[in-house]
Write a protein that binds this ligand. Structure first.
Ligand code: DC
Length: 220
């Protein structure tokens, strides 16, 4: 049986940083499921489909092939044969991913891909519905969160480091809106699985969070 670790939580809680570090230390494959929703969102944006046009989104899902490959341990997302890894990290794509991930055909397609990956491989997978829907039998489930203020500050610092001049209040408002949408959608909303361990990273260093989760994995 493959080892499956599920990390869920809201945007900006540090899931990918933490999961990548754990994958490296433990020899697991890191699967970033948000990147898959982002790849589909990029397709919808390029096709000029509105984020709320359920009929067009449902009709185009069969034209989209999302797959994952690994190069030097890093996940690459392939959209219809094109490596889009470098194109999906914008706010526009993130917001489109949040809006279009509410639709069942989008989720059904990506959940199947995620479950297939976890079947035969030791994975640490992060997302919103991993512990609840994708890997309900995961060996370890963590719900990683942090206060809105703390998440907004991290995002703000990241953008400043990139040479941008972000607006802190706008970042905090976007995070709140995304949290609301992700946790209030009808299908597979963001929520802590009953058997998930809550980790609030607001006042923890990355190493402290990594060690906490590794201890949970080693206990299995
Ligand atoms: O983690 P992220 O910011 O890259 O995710 C982008 C959006 O994709 C997120 O706002 C909601 C959606 N998503 C989802 O619905 N289920 C997942 N397992 C991962 C992401």
């Amino acid at each position: 049986m493959a080892m499956n670790v599920a990390i869920d939580g809201p945007a900006g809680a540090g899931k990918s940083t933490i999961a990548k570090a754990i994958a490296k230390k433990m020899g697991y494959v890191y699967v970033d499921t948000g990147a898959m929703y982002r790849a589909m969102a990029l397709y919808f944006l390029r096709s000029g489909i509105e984020s709320n046009d359920e009929a067009k989104i449902a009709a185009s899902v069969d034209d989209i092939v999302v797959s994952i490959k690994y190069e030097d341990g890093a996940q690459h997302v392939i959209l219809n044969g094109e490596d889009v890894t470098g194109l999906i990290r914008t706010e526009e794509v993130g917001n489109m991913a949040s809006a279009t991930s509410v639709f069942a055909p989008v989720r059904t397609k990506l959940v199947a891909l995620q479950q297939e990956l976890a079947k035969t491989t030791d994975v640490i997978m992060d997302g919103r519905d991993i512990g609840t829907v994708v890997l309900p039998n995961a060996n370890v489930k963590v719900f990683l969160t942090a206060s809105v203020e703390c998440r907004a500050k991290r995002r703000y610092d990241e953008l400043v480091a990139k040479g941008e001049s972000p607006d802190f209040d706008k970042i905090a408002k976007d995070i709140e809106e995304r949290d609301y949408r992700d946790s209030h959608r009808e299908i597979s909303p963001l929520k802590q699985a009953e058997d998930a361990i809550l980790v609030d990273s607001s006042n923890m260093t990355i190493d402290e969070v990594v060690d906490t989760i590794i201890n949970l994995c080693e206990g299995k």
